[in-house]
Design a protein around this ligand. Structure first.
Ligand SMILES: [Cu+2]
Length: 232
């Protein structure tokens, strides 16, 4: 069953698997909790047990149920921790050598994209900045895109549902993350942290393109900025 937006990132499937694993644990816990709540209500109704009993939970036969619940809870936590280890490792280990580097800046209420200039290095004088409402971040398909997330004002959250990627963007801090998108197309970027009155308008896009199209776009950016085109 797939109720999510289409996954287009290399690590997205792992996140979906984790979702269903956690969902299963929560579903089981939900059924058990309902049973524990409803069963005594029916079994010990007013006719069957008119007098309530006060239980402190200190007696061994009572306390063991506290231990059972604790073991179940800790047990499921450890299973989830064990299963998420791989996905966590993939997302946290930013590739040392990026195919593409880009800066993503959050500002009330727009995402701003910064492409390294012809020198290929971010945060230098020749960077090209795209700062238009609802503009698109262009990335090539099947490439490791490493991005630096920054905020100019408040806390925002960068969410690319199709990549299963979400990360808070904090003022005063640079967060470096990556993705590798495997299908050409246009996908929504949204902000998932209430960041002011126009928070819901903070909607941009990722354009996943063939290498050629991507280079063409970058070239056009450089030309528009009056710089020499120098994409290798
Ligand atoms: Cu925001």
């Amino acid at each position: 069953m797939n109720i999510f937006p289409e996954n287009v990132s290399t690590y997205g499937q792992e996140i979906d698997n984790l979702f269903w694993l956690i969902f299963a644990f929560v579903a089981i816990a939900f059924v058990i909790s309902l049973f524990v709540l409803l069963y005594p209500l029916i079994k010990y109704n007013r006719k069957a047990a008119p007098k309530a009993e006060y239980i402190t939970g200190e007696k061994r036969k009572h306390f063991k149920w506290v231990v059972v619940a604790l073991v179940l809870l800790l047990g499921s936590d450890f299973v989830i921790l064990y299963c998420e280890h791989d996905a966590w490792g993939q997302i946290e280990s930013v590739p040392a050598k990026a195919d593409v580097k880009v800066g993503i800046i959050a500002r009330q209420w727009n995402w701003i994209f910064v492409y390294p200039g012809p020198d290929g290095i971010l945060n230098t004088a020749d960077d090209v900045i795209v700062d238009d409402m609802n503009s698109s971040l262009h990335v090539p398909i099947n490439k490791n895109v490493v991005f630096e997330l920054r905020s100019q004002d408040v806390i925002h959250s960068f969410f690319l549902a199709n990549a299963r990627f979400k990360q808070d963007v904090l003022p005063g801090r640079t967060v470096v993350r990556w993705f590798n998108l495997t299908k050409e197309g246009k996908y929504d970027i949204s902000c998932t942290q209430i960041c002011g009155v126009l928070h819901s308008k903070m909607r941009n896009f990722v354009m996943v393109e063939s290498e050629d199209k991507y280079k063409h776009y970058i070239d056009s950016l450089y030309t528009a900025n009056g710089r020499k085109t120098a994409m290798k």
